[in-house]
Design a protein around this ligand. Structure first.
Ligand SMILES: [Zn+2]
Ligand SMILES: [Zn+2]
Ligand SMILES: [Zn+2]
Length: 254
């Protein structure tokens, strides 16, 4: 990836329109194409591979987050209303206010208000309002950043999270909260591993009686670890343990 997109975007201060760049490039490409067809093909396949890799990585992150795991180290994350953090490696994701705004408090006591903020790789903070970057504040000038939420937004988010954390029992259809008791079973009726969630052991057993497993798979009686008879869609305990075993705590990685 760095080979293609590694040109530090931060350093391009002059606004060059993509279209101008493209036109210029097209001339070069047609020249190159006349002389060296294979290298053009190579670039195109490099781009495809980069996109494929990035997609794979995002899919992995989404899967981990869905399981309440840190995309960086695989450990359990803590979910706050607008923020998810990993207490182990310091990874965090957070949503900035949509209806509220953000105030960048400078070291000299002044404050800059902005709709949203973005932290660059260099640590500087961009203040963005109406899709326009209005300020760029060097890291050293920043005291702290304040997020100002509206009460409505907080109430809505609370309700949204409550609904997201609801589990519908795959046997009786009752809705339960994730933090209440939830029974889990993994099974492969076809080629792929599936996961079913239940509000009680009773519902789980009723399900297992109704959908008995073919003898040679015997999914209910044995753990998925070590089974290679289906395509796994969920990481098993062993995988999680391996992820958690990983080395010592990285020092204050942001
Ligand atoms: Zn982590
Ligand atoms: Zn149930
Ligand atoms: Zn199985």
């Amino acid at each position: 990836m760095p080979a293609l997109f590694g040109k530090n975007k931060e350093e391009v201060e002059k606004p060059i329109s993509l279209r101008d760049q493209k036109e210029e490039l097209e001339e070069d490409v047609s020249l190159l194409e006349r002389e060296d067809k294979s290298s053009v093909r190579k670039v195109i396949s490099e781009v495809r591979e980069t996109i494929r890799e990035a997609t794979r990585a995002s899919l992995r992150d989404v899967k981990l987050l869905e399981e309440g795991r840190c995309p960086n180290c695989g450990r359990k994350t803590r979910q706050f209303l607008f923020t998810t953090v990993c207490e182990y490696c310091g990874w965090s994701s957070f949503i900035t206010p949509k209806r509220g705004h953000v105030a960048i408090h400078l070291r000299d006591g002044r404050a800059i208000e902005s709709h949203t903020v973005f932290r660059t790789v260099q640590g500087d903070v961009l203040g963005i309002t109406d899709d326009v970057v209005r300020v760029r504040v060097p890291q050293d000038n920043i005291g702290y950043i304040e997020y100002i939420w509206t009460d409505d937004e907080i109430a809505e988010r609370r309700e949204q999270l409550r609904r997201e954390q609801l589990v519908v029992c795959d046997w009786c259809g009752r809705e339960v909260q994730w933090d209440e008791y939830v029974a889990v079973t993994y099974v492969a009726f076809g080629k792929e591993q599936q996961r079913f969630l239940f509000c009680s052991e009773k519902c789980k057993q009723a399900f297992q009686r109704q959908y008995s497993m073919r003898i040679h798979r015997n999914c209910y009686e044995r753990p998925c670890t070590g089974c290679n008879e289906c395509i796994k869609r969920y990481p098993d305990e062993e995988t999680w343990e391996k992820l958690e075993e990983k080395g010592v705590r990285p020092e204050d990685k942001r």
